[in-house]
Ligand binder design. Structure first.
Ligand SMILES: Cc1cc2nc3c(=O)[nH]c(=O)nc-3n(C[C@H](O)[C@H](O)[C@H](O)COP(=O)(O)OP(=O)(O)OC[C@H]3O[C@@H](n4cnc5c(N)ncnc54)[C@H](O)[C@@H]3O)c2cc1C
Length: 349
């Protein structure tokens, strides 16, 4: 029997630590709970929000609908081939637990995504990425339920329409499917490791500086974890949702124009376009005309992290509205200076 709770406090269920309430709330422990939920009036007559770890959402007000917390558990190897495995994980597993499960068994593929917060079920939504690897590089299938019909659909990698921090689940199928599980294809060997296997430059630097010996995927995962711990604020200590904005992609000629004015502008060629780190753009702008940077800025309860300008933080009982206002001021200032429009990575609720 499922239990739908009323007027539920979501403060501890979002990493910004924003105080917000949901009219209705339910925690799903298995697929049977979902089938029961779909028939209830609370589900049928209300706006719905699926929630995993709440590490990519900003509650700007109370949620006037039903919040569905995904806690579907289970990880299993569903195919063990000579060179690869297919690993299925239910969506309510913590992503980092899945990373640990795979590197403990010596599999390769998601070690660079170590310590990304949140649940497995949310990872396809924004095609999580870090240190040169994205979920789409290893994702075989997504299993999801159409929430109107209750029908299960298995999405192939290409049906997920993955892009940079983007997928079909953020666009035309937004809110239409509940992601119950994912299947990853991971390699058993990395024979090219150390030769032509790409190591992301920031990671390579960390490995060299700390004289780390990398023997397997587990070593990479722990190196990534230690870089991340040194750079990103721990949401348990300082509320945040990681990178608040996406990096910016421009055409080569736009970059050439910008370079005439800002010769130091960092850029990375990615296919046909060029990526400009949003953190750098934000650092060059600020709240005042005198050149003060947003980096480390604080106004009242909210601010910009002092080590990473991409991260907005809740210093103390901030409201989602305060964070949103700061985000828009930052977007305006970057647009005025560079003519580039930042897009939030975080989902505003
Ligand atoms: C400190 C920190 C560092 C971070 N670093 C990274 C990083 O390196 N790379 C990166 O890509 N992201 C990063 N993030 C963002 C975040 O970890 C990812 O976006 C993560 O996948 C969100 O998972 P979640 O379970 O918390 O999702 P939530 O915040 O709960 O939900 C995010 C979105 O997905 C939807 N959703 C959640 N579960 C489901 C489901 N089962 N079915 C359908 N829709 C669903 C929600 O409705 C919402 O729109 C970071 C966040 C923090 C706080």
């Amino acid at each position: 029997m499922i239990e739908i709770l009323k007027n539920y406090d979501l403060t501890s269920l979002n990493t910004f630590g924003i105080s917000a309430k949901a009219n209705f709330f339910i925690e799903l422990k298995n697929e049977q709970d979902l089938f029961e939920l779909l028939k209830t009036p609370e589900f049928q007559n209300n706006e719905r929000l699926f929630l995993g770890g709440g590490s990519n959402v900003l509650f700007t007000k109370d949620f006037n609908g039903i919040v569905i917390l995904n806690r579907l558990k289970g990880i299993e190897i569903i195919k063990d081939a000579k060179n690869y495995v297919l690993v299925k994980s239910m969506g309510g597993e913590w992503w980092n637990d899945l990373v640990i499960f795979t590197v403990d068994r010596g599999y390769w593929g998601i070690e660079n995504l170590s310590l990304v917060p949140g649940t497995v079920g949310a990872t396809p939504v924004q095609n999580i990425g870090a240190y040169g690897v994205e979920l789409k590089d290893v994702l075989e299938n997504v299993e999801a339920y159409n929430i109107e019909t209750g029908e299960k659909k298995v999405f192939t990698n290409s049906e997920c329409e993955f892009g940079y921090r983007d997928s079909v689940f953020k666009n035309k199928l937004k809110g239409k499917y509940f992601i119950s599980a994912i299947i990853l294809r991971l390699e058993k060997n990395s024979p090219n490791f150390g030769q032509d296997k790409k190591i992301y430059p920031a990671l390579e630097k960390h490995i060299k500086e700390n004289n780390l010996e990398i023997k397997n995927s587990k070593d990479i995962a722990s190196a990534v974890a230690s870089v991340r711990r040194s750079k990103l604020p721990d949401p348990k200590v300082l509320g945040n949702a990681g990178s608040f904005f996406k990096n910016v992609f421009v055409e080569k000629n736009k970059l050439d124009e910008l370079k005439k004015i800002y010769p130091d502008i960092p850029s990375f060629v990615e296919g046909e376009s060029v990526k400009i780190p949003a953190g750098w753009l934000i650092e060059q702008c600020g709240p005042r005309q005198d050149g003060a940077s947003w980096k480390g800025y604080r106004v009242g309860n909210v601010g910009v992290h002092d080590k990473q300008a991409l991260v907005l933080v809740n210093h103390n009982n901030a409201t989602g509205e305060e964070i949103k206002n700061l985000a828009y001021e930052i977007i305006d200032s970057v647009e005025k200076k560079f003519g580039l429009k930042l897009t939030p990575e975080v989902n505003f609720i």
